[in-house]
Design a protein around this ligand. Structure first.
Ligand code: FAD
Length: 463
């Protein structure tokens, strides 16, 4: 009998799961109450990376003289920025809609799903009608939404989340960013280039990154012009005429600061979207971080799965998609062959940060013997030709078996370079497999190659 599987939410978790399920022969019922593509495509990854490209171009204009180019006056037009973003998003949304409709075994419903029991979902359709469907399995992929801090004054006009910032045509003169995680840092870096004076208030910078990398990133942010305060917590936001004032207190010392800006972006994390899921009645366990799932992303109720941002794992689009594929393969009786613990983390600050696998701190904590090798972008020909000599690649490998354990990159195109490391770690490769691979010249990948050679004291361009 053909299985019928409901997927609630058509973000990168849900729509990818739906397509994989359809490829494997299931009847898929895909339910989405906003736009296909979810947060990632409409309010996350793609809009920010479209802005990132504008920020890169602005940065190039600012540096034109360095390359012997005389640039005239230039400034970012916020309306044009919005239009470009909306065009890119619109094109991709249409593409995904077409993809979904090309599968005859995917029934798509634009509406809100309410789970009635483990085999029944009622859908409040956008046209005002209701539809009830009966299914064998349910995959919850309802994603996440911005979470506000408990800072006083977050309800004031001008205190915004990433959702509102991405809808704004205006480029604020001064933007205060609260939060040193990926989202906060990306917006800080992007808006500084787009023309805002950014003030960053962060209790930590990239808490999951290797400490050496986050330590090296801080001066880069400052050099970019971002007024950066670390080890600090925003306490209260108040109105100061038509501006906003943030009072912040250092964590370790008894000192406070006040900063004034036009908008305050709260980037302090995201929480799960659980409305309509009826979790309490179903007996599905959850907390404010998301739904509890086992190693196979199954909830406490057999046959109901939770993937992507809505479960208590990491919040990344590619992780949501990988979980979606995994779950569908499992439901359809296959044995998915993928290491779900290894995934690249990418940060689109103006000098990019990417990492995969263990950090040095984690290896020390676990008592795993390792060797570390670093290569500076300053010694890489391609990086210097690009004018991007700032950066470092650090490779961590097992002392005995030489298996690649962690790769940490701060530098131009780090987010593309990281995949050689991800490939090595996911496949349990040792450093010899990288060392015997001829890397093209002149490329940034040579920095990766040299860092690996350095583990055996064979690097050519390290004195
Ligand atoms: P979502 O993308 O949130 O999709 C869930 C969908 O379910 C939504 O469309 C929602 O409307 C729908 N839904 C919810 N409840 C119901 C219901 N009851 N019935 C029907 N539909 C429902 N990740 C990266 O990997 N790279 C990046 O560069 C990156 N940049 C980001 C930048 C920003 C500003 C933000 C906010 C996030 C970023 N992320 C990035 C994170 C990424 O967007 C998420 O990890 C990803 O979208 C999670 O996918 P998902 O499918 O789990 O959920």
């Amino acid at each position: 009998m053909t299985k019928t599987i409901a997927v609630i939410g058509a973000g990168p978790g849900g729509y990818v799961a739906a397509i994989r399920g359809a490829q494997l022969g299931a009847n898929i019922i895909l339910i989405e109450n906003r736009e296909v593509g979810g947060t990632c495509l409409n309010r996350g990854c793609i809009p920010t990376k479209t802005y990132f490209r504008n920020a890169e171009i602005m940065s190039n204009f600012k540096r034109a003289e360095e390359f012997g180019i005389t640039a005239g006056e230039f400034k970012m037009d916020g309306k044009a920025l919005q239009e470009r973003k909306n065009n890119v998003v619109g094109t991709l949304v249409k593409g995904i809609e077409q993809l979904i409709s090309s599968y005859k075994n995917i029934e798509f419903y634009n509406g809100t799903a309410n789970i009635k029991d483990k085999n029944t979902i009622s859908i409040d359709l956008k046209d005002g009608t209701e539809k009830t469907v009966t299914v064998d399995n349910i995959v919850i992929a309802t994603g996440s939404k911005p979470q506000m801090t408990e800072t006083k004054g977050v309800d004031l006009d001008g205190v915004i989340t990433s959702d509102e910032l991405l809808e704004m045509e205006e480029i604020p003169e001064t933007l205060i960013v609260v939060g040193g995680g990926v989202i906060g840092l990306e917006f800080a870096s992007i808006y500084q280039e787009l023309g805002s004076q950014v003030i960053l208030l962060a209790s930590r910078i990239l808490k999951d990154a290797d400490k050496e990398i986050s330590r090296r990133l801080t001066p880069i942010l400052k050099k970019q012009g971002i007024e950066t305060y670390i080890d600090i917590r925003a306490k209260e936001i108040t109105k100061e005429g038509n501006k906003l004032k943030v009072l912040a207190k250092y964590k370790e010392k008894d000192e406070e600061i006040e900063v004034i800006g036009d908008k305050v972006l709260i980037a302090s994390g995201r929480g799960p979207v659980l409305e309509g899921l009826n979790l309490d009645e179903l007996g599905i366990k959850y907390d404010d971080k998301g739904i509890f799932v086992n190693q196979e992303f199954e909830t406490h109720i057999e046959g109901i799965y939770a993937i992507g941002d809505v479960n208590r794992g990491v919040q990344l689009a590619h992780v949501a998609s990988a979980q979606g594929v995994y779950v569908m393969e499992k439901i359809m009786g296959h044995t998915p062959d993928i290491n779900m613990d290894i995934y690249p983390n990418c940060v689109f600050t103006m000098t990019e940060v990417a990492h995969v696998g263990y950090t040095e701190e984690e290896l020390k904590e676990k008592g795993i013997p390792y060797k570390a090798s670093k290569f500076m972008f300053a010694a890489n020909g391609k990086a210097l030709s690009l004018g991007e000599g700032e950066g470092i690649i650090k490779i961590l490998a097992g002392e005995e078996d030489k298996k690649v354990l962690g790769v940490h990159i701060l530098g131009s195109h780090a987010n593309d370079l990281i995949h050689e490391g991800a490939l090595a770690i996911s496949n349990d490769l040792d450093i010899n497999s990288i060392m015997r691979t001829i890397h093209a010249h002149p490329t940034l990948s040579e920095a990766f190659f040299e860092a690996t050679l350095g583990l055996e004291n064979q690097a050519i361009h390290i004195a």
